[in-house]
Structure formats: structure tokens, C-alpha cells
Design a protein around this ligand. Structure first.
Ligand SMILES: C[S@@+](CC[C@H](N)C(=O)[O-])C[C@H]1O[C@@H](n2cnc3c(N)ncnc32)[C@H](O)[C@@H]1O
Length: 334
């Protein structure tokens, strides 16, 4: 493993051949994110979703030689790849394998008690989607795994589709996939696994294609998109991580510091929007109550009344960006 001064030696992943920078994941809304966050010389920034490191590179450039960046990813492959990409960053960059839900603990372990910038670019990287062995893509055949951290001891997608009862599967597909045909897909899964356990992404994709009547296939997405999304969210407890990570990030920001979150589906965006909104309120008492009895005080000012979305040029250039939504808020003084 390549180790660099100032970087953490806590990843035990197998290093892979680093891809060239040109072929790496292309960060979405990067320009808009940096413009809103305004990271400046000498400051401390957190990139909670390192991925291929495009945003980390931009943050490093902005905080300069006297600033520092803490970048983390649950995926050990991302961290190993970044150790090689950022070999020259020295002790300005801490690369950590971890969940952004634990950002307060991880920051403290690195001697950081407050930060100026927190950025979260949610979802998967192109590298994760393109690796059939990870099981994220219905376009490539691979094991039904879907763990962002392949060493995390949690039920995989295969464990869920082969182990959960039909009603729970339907509730999962409905709740986390917003899938209209959840009951039909859950029924088809239970029938199929009665013959043999489901093991691969292609088996699941084919089964969903057969379960959703062709006249009801969505026009812009593959019919298995929502099923795969639901399983991925469950396997990686993504919404719990996001809920915890947002609260932790708000606590960690120093007054005047900013948080920016890019989400890719409505469950994430709603959670981000509501969390920032509640943190920006001065009172949480019911509206009919004549006077305030809660101790809640606003800790944030929301800077994006509407989410920032990519323009037509970015969508044409990088179709993956089309569902992206950026929300930004600034920490208020206590
Ligand atoms: C869309 S990619 C980020 C791309 C990155 N901004 C870039 O410029 O390449 C999302 C990354 O976040 C990671 N991730 C998702 N949820 C996470 C979490 N709760 N904690 C840490 N990393 C997470 C994924 O493993 C993935 O590598």
C-alpha cells in the first residue's frame, strides 16, 4: 500500500492499479459547489464523500498550502486510489476510510475541532458502478452485493432478496425505491427464490423486467432502477448515515462555515432540505401555540431557497448529473 506523510494508515484494502485522471468519476455541480462554499486560503474543509477525488482536489487548491482537507469514504478502494492520486499533498490532506456519519469522531481523531467547509456529494462514483464485482449496476452482471464498504458486516443485497418475507420486500421497494410495482416485484422475487436463491444482478434485473408490464416501463429510466436503488439504500443504511452526518456536520462547522450537499434522488433531497430547514428555525413549537416554550434556536441560514441544479450544458456533457440537486447553508454564531 502506498502511504504518504500525514495520511492515515488505517485502510487494509487491496490497492488496485490507479486509473488515469481523465477516466475518473466526473464530479457534478463542482463549480457551483465551490462558488457557494467559498473555501479560502488557510481554512479547514471536509469532503465527506471522497470518491475519485475531484472535489478533494478543488478543495485542496482553494485552502492552499496553509489549509487542510479531511476526505473520507466508506469504500476502501476510493481511499487507496486517492493515496496515489494525492501523493504530493503531504500533511495538508487526511484520507480516511470511514462513514461521514462519524465525522465528529473522525475529525477529533485528526485534531480538528471545527471546520469551515463540509461537502457531501452523495450516491455512487462511476468507478463503483463500473465494477461488476460490486453488484451496484443492473447493466453489468455480478454478485448481488452492493456494500459500499465490502468488509462491512451487514446483510448484502443477496441476503435481503433471499431472506426477507414478501411484505417486507414490498415495503422496502416502495419506501426506498418509490416503486409503483413493489408488490408485483416482491412476489416475483419470492417465487424465483423458491426455485433457487437469487445470486446475480442479471437475475434480479431480468426478474424485475418480467414483473413490470412493458406498457408501464418508465420512459427515462430502466425498470430495475428503483429496485436497485432501494436495495442499495437498505444495504448501506444510507438515510441513517445521512441523517447523522448532517447533524454532525452542522455541529462541526464554525460560525460562518458552510455546508453543501449534492443529492441524486428525492428521498435524499427531502432529508437534506428538511434538516437544513429545521436547523434554520428559531422555534419548533406548534404554530397554534401563543408563545414559544422550546429552547430551539436557529443554527443555520439556508443559502439556497431552491436547490441548485445542473444547466443543459452539464447535463449534455455528463448525463449522470441530470438528477443532481445542491443545497447550501451557513452556520450562524450561537
Ligand atoms: C458521487 S461519489 C463522490 C464523487 C466525488 N465528489 C468526486 O469528485 O469524485 C460518492 C462517494 O461517496 C461515498 N459514500 C457514500 N456514502 C458515504 C458515507 N455515508 N460515508 C462515506 N462515504 C460515503 C461512496 O462510496 C462514493 O465513493
Amino acid at each position: 500500500m502506498l502511504l504518504v506523510a500525514g495520511m492515515d494508515a488505517d485502510s487494509d484494502a487491496t490497492p488496485g492499479e490507479p486509473p488515469s485522471e481523465a477516466s475518473l468519476h466526473r464530479p457534478v455541480l463542482l463549480h457551483e459547489l465551490i462558488q457557494h462554499l467559498q473555501p479560502a486560503d488557510g481554512q479547514t474543509a471536509v469532503d465527506g464523500t471522497l470518491g475519485a477525488g475531484g472535489l478533494t482536489a478543488a478543495l485542496l487548491a482553494r485552502v492552499g498550502l496553509s489549509g487542510r482537507v479531511l476526505s473520507l469514504d466508506r469504500d476502501p478502494v476510493a481511499v487507496v486510489r486517492a493515496r496515489s492520486r494525492f501523493a504530493g499533498a503531504g500533511d495538508r490532506l487526511h484520507l480516511v476510510r470511514g462513514d461521514f456519519a462519524d465525522i465528529e469522531r473522525i475529525s477529533a481523531e485528526h485534531g480538528i475541532d471545527a471546520v469551515d467547509t463540509v461537502a457531501l456529494d452523495l450516491g455512487l462514483s462511476s468507478e463503483q458502478l463500473a465494477d461488476p464485482g460490486r453488484g451496484f449496476s443492473f447493466r453489468l452482471d455480478g454478485p448481488l452485493d452492493m456494500r459500499m464498504d465490502p468488509e462491512e458486516d451487514v446483510p448484502t443485497a443477496a441476503d435481503i432478496v433471499n431472506g426477507w418475507d414478501e411484505a417486507d420486500l414490498a415495503a422496502l421497494l416502495r419506501g426506498y425505491g418509490e416503486e409503483r410495482f413493489a408488490p408485483a416485484i416482491a412476489r416475483a422475487i419470492v417465487r424465483a427464490r423458491g426455485r433457487a436463491p437469487l445470486r446475480t444482478t442479471a437475475e434480479l434485473r431480468n426478474l424485475v423486467e418480467a414483473a413490470v408490464p412493458r406498457r408501464h416501463w418508465p420512459r427515462r429510466i430502466h425498470p430495475a432502477t428503483r429496485t436497485f436503488q432501494a436495495l442499495r439504500i437498505q444495504v448501506n443504511h444510507e438515510l441513517e448515515s445521512l441523517r447523522q452526518g448532517l447533524q454532525a456536520a452542522i455541529t462541526l462547522l464554525r460560525p460562518g462555515g458552510r455546508i453543501g450537499v449534492i443529492s441524486f434522488h428525492s428521498l435524499e433531497d427531502t432529508l437534506v432540505k428538511n434538516t437544513l430547514h429545521v436547523a434554520a428555525l428559531n422555534c419548533l413549537c406548534p404554530p397554534q401555540q401563543p408563545y414559544c416554550t422550546c429552547a430551539h434556536r436557529a443554527s443555520l441560514l439556508v443559502l439556497t431557497r431552491k436547490p441548485v441544479t445542473p444547466g443543459p450544458a452539464e447535463i449534455a456533457d455528463n448525463p449522470r448529473s441530470r438528477s443532481a440537486r445542491l443545497r447550501v447553508a451557513e452556520k450562524l454564531a450561537p
